[in-house]
Design a binder for this molecule. Structure first.
Ligand code: ADP
Length: 496
């Protein structure tokens, strides 16, 4: 009897394969980076063949490390970087490099459409906002600029898909051409209520329906691997975009449950239940779907959180390692009026200002690196609080607690300050690699390795957690936050 589940975690910088046991413990893991291709400033591409090749290497390595083979796996789940678009032909040959989510080549196109009827359709049907971040204008660009591609797409000979779609197609030797609901919900072409490709948007961006995969539920039998030696014969049992997979891995199965990942940037997702909930400044997206049921999520994407601490380390050289920022921040009693707005690449949710730039305000002769470290860490919490306030004010979503993960969640000062400034318990769970774990949980559920969400909730609880409770006077909280808002105003609109 097989005893393990595998997770393919295809991220922006690399691909990981992890083997988990029945207790959700990581048994082995292997990782390979792939090339970031920059054909022009602001453009970023990935080579689909390279990613496929690296997947072969990491699956073999991780299984070998654990002394296992395909027979020992009950199922495999997939989680992936979202929005990035690949195109390939019926033989599986890529027809262009993939255009990555960070790629800004369609900025002008999105600006041109700003304020038109399309923006409203996008918001109302897809829950997103007109932005080059999402897949639709990338597909439009490929169809316009790659020689012969439109003709092939019209005939259904050129296929498009987000990365899970490409991997499932490849893993099944071209037998299964699908996309999962969470990934589909990031394309700007998908009606998240009807869960179908939206004809109005397909017409608008001129994307032939037959060149797109069939959208299917997240947690279900996708097919069997037949084209990757180390995994041949293993069932593919789940696919989820990375942030939704993290929501699943953190056990946020009920409305009002939320997680925030403090990585390079941050993604705060709250489960809002079985109906989508729309907000002016946050994204509405599919959280996960299984057994005919769908859970929606509201999402706040923040560009620079952990990246701010990297900048303290590499740009300012005031810490040797990110973790040192904690000691430095704690060595002063307060921020002494110093605020840092890390709008290095503009501001994401809920401000959406691509012309904002980084700002430090409130400096005096008494300010030094301790205040900068503190201001850097505080800025992470303030940005998360901005998103939490939008969730409350625009969508009436109030949380009981916030589950946190990601590299910067290791920072105790940050977790406590987040709890204080948001007046909310912050729970650092014992879940690492939450995206991969979410994919593994989904894959295991499909084949009955785990028997339901309650069992997973128990499993996650058994890992333990650390709680940070709010401990700040409301007046102090209000004063600090109001100053932050003033600082954000200084950073906004800088380059326009
Ligand atoms: P990603 O998946 O985006 O690469 P990770 O979850 O690996 O991100 O987290 C890495 C980020 O977290 C880096 O930006 C780093 O600066 C930050 N980081 C790591 N440890 C700490 C810490 N103890 N305190 C503050 N920031 C940290």
């Amino acid at each position: 009897m097989a005893k393990f589940v595998g997770a393919i975690d295809q991220g922006t910088t690399g691909t990981r394969f992890i083997v988990f046991d029945h207790e959700g413990n990581q048994i082995s893991s292997a990782y390979r980076e792939h090339e970031q291709i920059y054909p022009e400033p602001g453009w970023i591409e990935h080579d689909p063949d390279e990613i496929w090749e690296k997947l072969g290497i990491v699956t073999e390595e991780a299984l070998e490390e654990a002394g296992l083979n395909a027979d020992d796996l009950v199922s495999v789940g997939i989680t992936n970087q979202r929005e990035t678009v690949f195109t390939w032909d019926e033989r599986g040959e890529p027809l262009h490099n993939g255009i990555v989510w960070q790629d800004r080549r369609t900025s002008d196109r999105c600006e041109e459409l700003e304020g038109t009827h399309v923006g409203e359709v996008v918001k109302g049907k897809t829950g997103l906002r007109l932005d080059p971040y999402f897949s639709a204008t990338k597909i439009e660009w490929l169809l316009k600029n790659v020689n012969g591609l439109r003709g092939e797409a019209e005939k259904g000979e050129a296929l498009f898909g987000t990365i899970e779609s490409w991997l499932i197609w490849k893993l099944t030797g071209g037998d299964v051409y699908v996309t999962d609901h969470t990934n589909a919900s990031r394309t700007m072409l998908f009606d998240i209520e009807e869960k179908v490709w939206d004809q109005e948007l397909l017409d608008f961006f001129d994307v032939p329906r037959r060149s797109l995969p069939d959208p299917v539920e997240n947690v279900q039998q996708y097919g069997e691997v037949s084209n990757l030696e180390p995994l041949n014969g293993v069932a593919i049992g789940a696919a989820l975009g990375d942030q939704q997979a993290a929501l699943f891995g953190q056990g946020c199965y009920n409305p009002g449950e939320a997680k925030n990942t403090y990585g390079t940037g941050s993604f705060l997702l709250v489960n809002v239940g079985d109906k989508p909930c729309f907000s002016e400044n946050l994204l509405t997206t599919i959280g996960f779907s299984a057994d005919g049921e769908t859970r929606y999520a509201l999402e706040g994407s923040i560009y620079s959180t952990g990246a701010t601490i990297q900048w303290l380390r590499d740009g300012l050289n005031i810490v040797d390692e990110a973790a040192e920022s904690e000691k430095l921040a704690k060595s002063v009693d307060g921020n002494d009026g110093v605020y840092m707005v890390p709008a290095f690449a503009g501001l994401g949710a809920p401000h959406w200002d691509s012309n904002a730039r980084g700002t430090i305000v409130g400096l005096t002769r008494g300010s030094d690196e301790r205040h900068l470290a503190r201001a850097g860490l505080e800025s992470i919490a303030y940005q998360v609080e901005d998103v939490l306030r939008s969730m409350k004010d625009e969508a009436d979503q109030e949380l009981d607690e916030l589950r946190v993960d990601g590299g910067a969640a290791e920072n105790n000062f940050l977790c406590q300050f987040q709890s204080d400034i948001s007046s909310l318990p912050v729970v650092r769970t014992g879940v690492f690699e939450s995206s991969a774990l979410g994919a593994a949980y989904g894959a295991g559920l499909t084949v009955g390795f785990w028997n339901g969400l309650e069992e997973l909730e128990e499993l996650i609880k058994s890992k333990g957690s650390q709680r940070f409770e709010p401990d700040m006077e409301p007046r102090e909280r209000a004063e600090l936050y109001n100053r932050w808002i003033k600082a954000v105003k200084r950073a906004r609109n800088w380059t326009s």
